[in-house]
Design a protein. Structure first.
Ligand code: 5RP
Length: 227
């Protein structure tokens, strides 16, 4: 187990180092959230310390704190119209670049940043590649007052919703909302499910990311594989 975790960590890191090669001087860079993005943020910080001039936007309060502590210049969302390149992780991806994200609960900001980004690069270890999305439950950010309504609508779509908890308490996002993890089984038509979820009032964002990733860079052993 320990060994498996170490292998995944190496795969994440080599994918991150490869992705950072796409960061160019003068660009605005989106910084993802999670353990894969962490490696990219570390490497970007090294480059900034060596003189690379970039500005960054963070996908979570946690990432903003990390990047700030590492000396990466940060912009607020309202200072940015477009992002050149974003490097973020994923919980699952298919070879045709469909993703599930939000395991870390940052899905709303991650989706907004991805939508604003010219080149969204996803970095993963080799365990994240799947034939069909859905073994990982779909994270859904919900406005608290709408939680019962959204849970009911998810059930009508055939899902099993569970309100996310952390350390025995309800998980609260950076936007002061809740996260529902919804099990839909393996998803035949991610486009249909994504549209149906988007139509639920009170649902802020869901973790099915379609048509947002430009490429996935996956670490496998000591190699990187592009999708
Ligand atoms: C956070 C995310 C992460 O990108 C996703 O959970 C993958 O995390 P990790 O790189 O730690 O495996 O979507 O909301």
């Amino acid at each position: 187990m320990e060994n498996e975790t170490q292998i995944k960590e190496v795969e994440k890191k080599i994918a991150a180092l490869e992705a950072v090669k796409f960061v160019q001087a003068g660009s605005i860079v989106g910084l993802g959230t999670g353990s894969s993005a962490y490696h990219a943020i570390q490497e970007i910080s090294n480059l900034v310390k060596s003189g690379l001039e970039i500005q960054a936007v963070a996908t979570s309060a946690h990432t903003a704190m990390l990047a700030g502590n590492l000396g990466i210049p940060l912009l607020n969302f309202d200072e940015v119209n477009s992002i050149d390149v974003t490097i973020d992780g994923a919980d699952e991806f298919t070879a045709d670049l469909k993703l599930i994200k939000g395991g870390g609960g940052a899905l709303f900001r991650e989706k907004v940043v991805a939508a604003m980004t010219k080149q969204e690069i996803i970095i993963t270890d080799s365990s994240k590649l799947v034939d069909r999305l859905g073994a990982f439950t779909v994270p859904i950010e919900v406005i608290p007052l709408a939680v019962n309504h959204v849970m009911k609508e998810i059930k009508l779509l055939g899902g099993s919703p569970v309100l996310r908890k952390k350390n025995g308490h309800l998980f609260i996002t950076d936007n002061n909302n809740y996260v529902i993890d919804a099990d839909f089984g393996l998803i035949d038509e991610p486009e249909n499910l994504s549209s149906a979820l988007n139509n639920i009032d009170g649902l802020l964002a869901h973790g099915i990311f379609l048509n947002l990733a430009a490429k996935v860079i996956m670490g496998k052993g000591d190699q990187v594989i592009y999708f």
